[in-house]
Design a protein around this ligand. Structure first.
Ligand code: ATP
Length: 369
């Protein structure tokens, strides 16, 4: 098939290609009722003019935290005008001014001017407006760890949760959403006294949950009969073993695109295999791109050799070629193994350190680094 044929080919396997988009909100949102109920319980007092409570929302990537939060906010806003719900993506909005601009926008319908207006004026306008209309303010900070990185977490949370001191009657609470489970958030003392959160945990999805969720996506996205149960099972298994729901959703879309370009009326095993290969190679490229100079250099030395090095041999050669120390070398090896670019296998022979074999997990000829 020529390029033009691919572009102009008008038979589609997709009933709704947007069903695989990152911002698609599935009408069926199962397995998260407990968490959404807990969110609702935190907000509930605010619906009756009371004090809403704070929460920390914890769960690995793609366990549905953002979608659940948005759905609950939508329901709250549908049912009352007394609660202002603001969702902040902390990867995008990292400054105090940027965050309060978003809150301002939600309340007044437009963002404040970017220059010439001091933060204190915007803050004052927000709080006075809430006070005047007896409205509560609930702010969800998605990926709040980014706010700690930019050193703004304490200030922003303080500004929100202690607003009542200067503006009596103002009621506010926050949802701190975290995907990085290793991240230990620590607020200053003056924030800790007002931030006593309940924890809402989003566990990993099980195999059968993944299959049900992806199955719904298949129904929404493809025409009937395009993707068989067998392929769905394989995609679900791949998702469980290699990643998160987002991987599964992307894989479905990618199989569909490959089958379509092949002018096929259904998705076959071959299309799935191709889609998986392409995901793997994109991941490898991303990982290679994120390595530092030492890591790349050691990997290069290992890749340039036809046979398999032991760790000891690779260390000697790396010392000679790039002057790396033994401890740095060991860190590099641990990192390369952690990001799954190499495997280290004990041979049972040799003295300590020399007995590990370094095995590349990708074909170095296919990638540049
Ligand atoms: N229960 C579910 N039913 C249907 N789709 C779901 C469900 N849970 C998650 N998804 C889908 O998985 C993707 C990731 O979900 P979401 O962004 O809500 O997760 P998250 O936990 O906020 O992820 P991150 O921590 O990476 O931001 C979205 O496309 C969402 O539609």
């Amino acid at each position: 098939m020529g390029i033009e044929d691919i572009l102009m080919h008008d038979e589609s396997l997709f009933q709704n290609i947007n069903a695989f988009d990152p911002d698609y909100v599935p009408p069926n949102y199962n397995f998260r009722d407990t968490q959404m109920e807990a969110m609702a319980m935190s907000i509930r007092p605010a619906m009756r003019g009371g004090q809403p409570s704070n929460a920390v929302v914890l769960g690995s990537p793609a366990t549905g935290k953002t979608t659940a939060m948005r759905k609950v906010f939508e329901l709250v806003e549908k049912n009352t005008e007394k609660v202002v719900c603001v969702y902040i993506n902390c990867q995008i909005h990292t400054t105090r001014f940027g965050i309060f601009s978003q809150i301002y926008k939600k309340i007044f319908g437009h963002t404040p001017p970017e220059t010439g207006v001091p933060f204190s004026r915007i803050y004052d306008q927000i709080m006075k407006e809430l006070q005047k209309n007896s409205k509560s303010l609930i702010v969800a900070f998605d990926d709040i760890n980014y706010l700690f990185q930019s050193n703004n977490a304490n200030k922003v949370v303080y500004d929100l949760l202690r607003a009542y001191e200067e503006y009596p009657g103002v009621k506010s609470s926050i949802f701190a959403i975290l995907s990085d489970l290793e991240f230990k958030y620590a607020f200053d003392k003056n924030v800790n006294t007002v931030f006593i959160p309940q924890e809402i945990i989003f566990p990993l999805y099980t195999y059968s949950e993944i299959e049900a969720i992806l199955g719904d996506r298949v129904k929404a996205g493809f025409f009937p009969g395009v993707l068989s149960d067998d392929i769905l099972e394989q995609v679900s298994m791949y998702t469980l073993e290699n990643g998160d729901l987002r991987v599964g959703i992307n894989l479905l879309r990618s199989c569909g695109n490959i089958a379509e370009a092949d002018a096929s009326r259904e998705i076959t095993q071959e299309h799935l295999d191709k889609a998986i290969d392409s995901i793997v190679s994109v991941n490898i490229m991303d990982t290679l791109g994120s390595l530092n100079d030492n890591e790349k250099a050691v990997l290069r030395i290992a890749a340039d050799y036809d046979g398999i090095y032991t760790a000891g041999e690779l260390l000697e050669l790396s010392k000679e070629k790039i002057g790396i120390s033994k401890s740095s070398f060991n860190r590099v090896i641990d990192k390369l193994e952690f990001v799954r670019l190499i495997d280290t296998k004990f041979t049972g022979k040799g003295v300590k350190g020399n007995s590990r074999q370094i095995i590349l997990r990708f074909n170095p000829d296919e990638y540049s680094f």
